[in-house]
Design a protein around this ligand. Structure first.
Ligand code: HEM
Length: 497
């Protein structure tokens, strides 16, 4: 009774402090969110946090207080992510129960810097060029599988295919070959490995984040994690262990992510990655390299199918540019203006990481987008809020690939494009700074080759009576939780080469 009364008084005094005395008291935001962390966490666990934060920006402006000690900025990208004084908050550094070593995501600044030095050569443009044959091998396999599905669909009788599954099979096979030295054989078998569906239950990981905001509960995470989830984790880590061991026995010259780490370990033994660190990071490569690429590509395909004029234009560009499918490569697709614009617009409309990548201020405070923020506060900019804001992009809800062409190059005397003042300088789907995406060169190559080859080889359509789910109806647990993108697919008549 006494404890209950004390807790009640303590909670109310925290609320009063947060509203009237907190150092962020003058920053606008919804009253309940400014008062307590709970509305933020409830929204996060319901899978709609980025959508709610965007609504708050629409209502309160470019800077919003989304929790007592957290601000969201529409345009804080460079100030937040380039600064060495801002790091990932401890609540968002998740090491799953039973895993000992850090990976890039959970590592503190010093460990992260050591990891990045070791891994970056495997993600350079030079490395990506050497990885192209391996990527092409899996694209060939995907095309073959799609062609054979349903006994070669024809225009009159197309096959219906869930592209989310097939693109993610291809992406999983590519990244597991690059990260673990051998493919997971998703394309070959036409299915996920059973443990893969468990390990991608990101909602469960967000529960762990929520608990860490209340330290006594955080300590319970290991006890509360269901035994099937622990088993899945154990399976993944033992697969990673086995694969890393297998990879270590192969030649260092293999053009994958692990060769450069082995070389780094030899040349800098003091800064070498331990076996456990190689296991956690290679697992991150496999997971981190699959879902975002799948979301970006299937989201873009869905947008093209619901915008027939854009589909017609991109098909015309791709089909006239290449005489044979073999001509479609990383370098030959680099100059395709409309294809590249479509992919950028796909990343704007369906950003694979829609939520803010949170950072905590560790020095004496810093200025972000003109607002001074004291030490200890959490800040972020989110792809969804920025890319969908009418103050950043003209007609943000419209799929308009031309904004990346007309808006950029306006010749003298030409009518100014309505997209000319789009904030392309705030377009960071891969983030920026020391923790940006190292896989972006590879991702661009995969996306360009895959989309170009799919559109060159196949005719796509929406099955009769089928309506795609509204993009924003999907839950967001780190990534969009895509159910399916079922499409009609048939081989184009004049593509047999
Ligand atoms: C369209 C595709 C992709 C997008 C939009 C994307 C986006 C991002 C973003 C925004 C981050 C920062 C995450 C954070 O700070 O929490 C990130 C990190 C990362 N990405 Fe990607 N990514 C993509 C594809 C890939 C691919 C193909 C790989 C290859 C393995 C990859 C590997 C990684 C890794 C290892 C990190 C952690 C980097 C670090 O913390 O230093 N990503 N990605």
């Amino acid at each position: 009774m006494f404890i209950g009364g004390f807790e009640c008084k303590y909670t109310i005094s925290c609320w009063v402090y947060n509203i009237f005395f907190h150092s962020l008291k003058n920053i606008p935001g919804p009253l309940l969110w400014k008062t307590s962390r709970l509305p933020f966490l409830i929204s996060m666990l319901r899978g709609n946090l980025p959508l709610r934060v965007k609504e708050h920006h629409d209502r309160y402006g470019a800077v919003v207080r989304v929790a007592p000690d957290e601000l969201s900025f529409l345009d804080g990208w460079k100030d937040i992510y380039s600064s060495k004084y801002l790091d990932r908050p401890r609540q968002w550094r998740i090491i799953p129960p039973g895993v000992e070593a850090d990976d890039l995501i959970s590592a503190t600044t010093a460990i992260h810097a050591r990891f990045r030095k070791a891994i970056l050569p495997g993600f350079s443009l030079k490395a990506r060029d050497k990885q192209e044959p391996l990527v092409t091998h899996y694209v060939d396999l995907l095309m073959e599988k799609l062609q054979n599905l349903g006994g070669e669909g024809t225009k009159e009788k197309p096959s219906v295919v869930n592209m989310v599954e097939w693109i993610s099979y291809a992406a999983f096979d590519m990244t597991s070959d690059l990260g673990w030295g051998r493919p997971l054989q998703c394309l070959e078998t036409g299915r996920y490995q059973p443990w893969m569906t468990m390990i991608t239950q990101y909602q469960a990981a967000l529960f762990a984040v929520a608990f860490k905001y209340y330290p006594p509960l955080g300590r319970l995470v290991a006890f509360l994690t269901p035994s099937f989830a622990l088993e899945a984790l154990n399976t993944v880590m033992s697969i990673a262990r086995e694969n890393v061991q297998h990879r270590l026995a192969l030649s260092t010259e293999r053009p994958d992510f692990i060769g450069p780490i082995i070389a780094h370990n030899k040349s800098s033994p003091a800064k070498a990655l331990s076996l456990a660190e190689m296991e956690t990071n290679s697992t991150l490569f496999v997971l981190g390299g699959t879902e975002p690429t799948t979301v970006a590509l299937t989201g873009t395909l869905q947008l093209l199918l619901t915008n027939p004029a854009c589909m017609e234009k991109i098909c015309a560009e791709v089909r006239s540019a290449f005489a044979t499918e073999k001509d479609i490569t990383a370098s030959s697709t680099e100059g395709l203006q409309y294809l590249n614009a479509v992919l950028r617009e796909g990343l704007r409309m369906c950003p694979p990481f829609p939520d803010g990548l949170r950072r905590v201020i560790s020095n004496n405070g810093t200025t972000i987008a003109g607002v001074f923020v004291p030490a200890g506060m959490t800040v972020s900019s989110a792809c969804w809020s920025t890319f969908q804001s009418a103050s950043m992009f003209h007609e943000p809800q419209k799929f308009a690939p031309e904004r990346w062409i007309e808006g950029v190059a306006v010749k003298e005397g030409e009518k100014l494009s309505p997209y000319a003042s789009d904030r392309r300088d705030a377009f960071y789907p891969f983030s920026l700074g020391p923790r940006n995406c190292p896989g972006q060169h590879l991702a661009w190559m995969e996306m360009r080759i895959l989309l170009a080859r799919l559109l060159w080889k196949f005719e796509f359509g929406v099955p009769e009576g089928k309506h795609f789910m509204e993009w924003t109806q999907q839950k967001i647990f780190w990534h969009w939780q895509q159910e399916e993108v079922e499409v009609e697919i048939s081989v184009r008549a004049d593509t047999h080469n």
